[in-house]
Design a protein around this ligand. Structure first.
Ligand code: BDR
Ligand code: CA
Length: 314
C-alpha cells in the first residue's frame, strides 16, 4: 500500500465542513492530515477554530493539530452565514466544548513552513471556506506555490450561479481578491462548485443511514444535516442538505466518482453586481488558458456509500 497523501484542510466549520473533516479523519491509511487551518467564513474565527476542535474530539482524534488563521478577508469586511449554519456554525447536535489545545502558530505560517519543509509536490491543500489563508500564504511566500501538489477546493458555481448573491457562491464571494490570487497562482487546481455539490443531497434514506450507525459520529452527522437542510429545502425546494465540502475529501479518496472539465476559470472582483462570480469557460468559448479541473457531476450513490462506510470507522 502506498503512503497516505499529505493534506492540509483549510476550513470554516460549518456542518458540511465538519463532515468533510470527519471523512478525512476516518481515512488515516489514505490521508495524513498535517494540520487543520481555520479561517473566518460561515462564522467568525473564534467559532471556526473552536468548531474544528469540537469535530476532532468528536472523531476521537484530539491529537490533530488545529491552527487559527485570518479573521477577515483581504480587502473587505467579513460576511458570515449564520442564516445557514446557525449561531454557532455547528448548530444541530449538542457537542461538548473542546479541551484539546489550539496551536499557537498562525495558520498562514504553518502552511508556509509545512510546504517548505515537506518534499516538493507532496502536500495537497484542501480549502473548504474563503481562500484568505491560502492567498495570504501565497502572497507572503511565493516560493511555496510551486511546491503544492494540488489544491482541491470547494467554491464557485457556473450552472448553479449563486447562493449568497444571484451571481456568487459564498466561499468565493466572501473573499474574491483571495480567490483571484489562488486561481491565478498556477498550482494544479480542482474546483468543486455548487454545480456538483447541489447533487450531493442528503435525502431522508441517506440521513437515516448516518443515524443507523448508532455511533456518536453517525448521530451527530445526522443531527447536523437535519439542522442545515432547512435552508436548502426552503430556498431550492431540494430534497435535503447539500454536502458541499465533503465533495473535496471524497475526491481525494475516490476521484473516479467525479467528472468535470479542464477549463479556464476567472474570478470577478470589480463588478458590484457580480462580485465573487466564478466565470467558468465551460463551453470553451475563449482562448484563455485552462487553470482548473472544474467538476460538474458526481455518482451521488457512490459518494454516500463511501461516506457512510468511512464514517462508520470512527
Ligand atoms: C460553502 O459555503 C459554506 O456555507 C459551506 O460550508 C460551503 O463551504 C457553500 O457555498
Ligand atoms: Ca465551508
Amino acid at each position: 500500500m502506498s503512503a497516505p497523501r499529505k493534506i492540509i484542510i483549510d476550513t470554516d466549520p460549518g456542518q458540511d465542513d465538519a463532515v468533510a473533516i470527519l471523512l478525512a479523519l476516518a481515512c488515516p491509511d489514505e490521508l495524513e492530515i498535517l494540520g487543520i487551518t481555520c479561517v473566518a467564513g460561515n462564522v467568525p474565527l473564534p467559532l471556526t477554530q473552536k468548531n474544528a476542535r469540537i469535530v476532532c474530539e468528536l472523531a476521537g482524534k484530539p491529537e490533530t493539530r488545529v491552527f487559527a488563521g485570518c479573521e477577515a478577508p483581504l480587502m473587505h469586511s467579513l460576511v458570515t452565514a449564520e442564516h445557514v449554519h446557525g449561531k454557532t456554525g455547528l448548530d444541530g447536535p449538542s457537542l461538548p466544548a473542546p479541551v484539546m489545545p489550539l496551536e499557537s502558530q498562525h495558520a498562514v505560517d504553518f502552511i508556509i513552513d509545512t510546504l517548505r519543509a515537506e518534499p516538493p509536490a507532496s502536500v495537497t491543500l484542501c480549502p473548504l471556506g474563503p481562500l484568505t489563508n491560502i492567498a495570504m500564504a501565497f502572497e507572503k511566500a511565493p516560493d511555496i506555490v510551486g511546491r503544492v501538489q494540488e489544491i482541491v477546493l470547494m467554491g464557485g458555481a457556473y450552472f448553479e450561479v449563486g447562493n449568497i448573491t444571484p451571481a456568487a457562491e459564498f466561499n468565493i464571494y466572501v473573499d474574491p481578491e483571495a480567490a483571484k490570487i489562488v486561481f491565478d497562482a498556477g498550482a494544479p487546481l480542482v474546483v468543486m462548485p455548487l454545480d456538483v455539490t447541489h447533487k450531493a443531497l442528503v435525502t431522508k434514506p441517506r440521513n437515516d443511514a448516518f443515524r443507523a450507525l448508532k455511533t456518536p459520529v453517525g448521530v451527530a452527522v445526522a443531527q447536523m444535516t437535519d439542522f442545515f437542510e432547512r435552508f436548502d429545502r426552503e430556498k431550492y425546494g431540494s430534497e435535503g442538505a447539500p454536502l458541499h465540502d465533503p465533495c473535496v475529501t471524497a475526491y481525494l479518496l475516490r476521484p473516479e466518482l467525479f467528472t468535470g472539465r479542464h477549463i479556464n476559470v476567472e474570478i470577478e472582483t470589480a463588478s458590484e453586481l457580480t462580485r465573487g462570480m466564478t466565470v467558468a469557460d465551460w463551453w470553451r468559448v475563449t482562448t484563455r488558458k485552462p487553470n482548473a479541473l472544474f467538476i460538474g457531476s458526481l455518482d451521488a450513490d457512490g459518494f454516500f456509500a463511501l461516506l457512510t462506510e468511512r464514517l462508520a470507522r470512527l
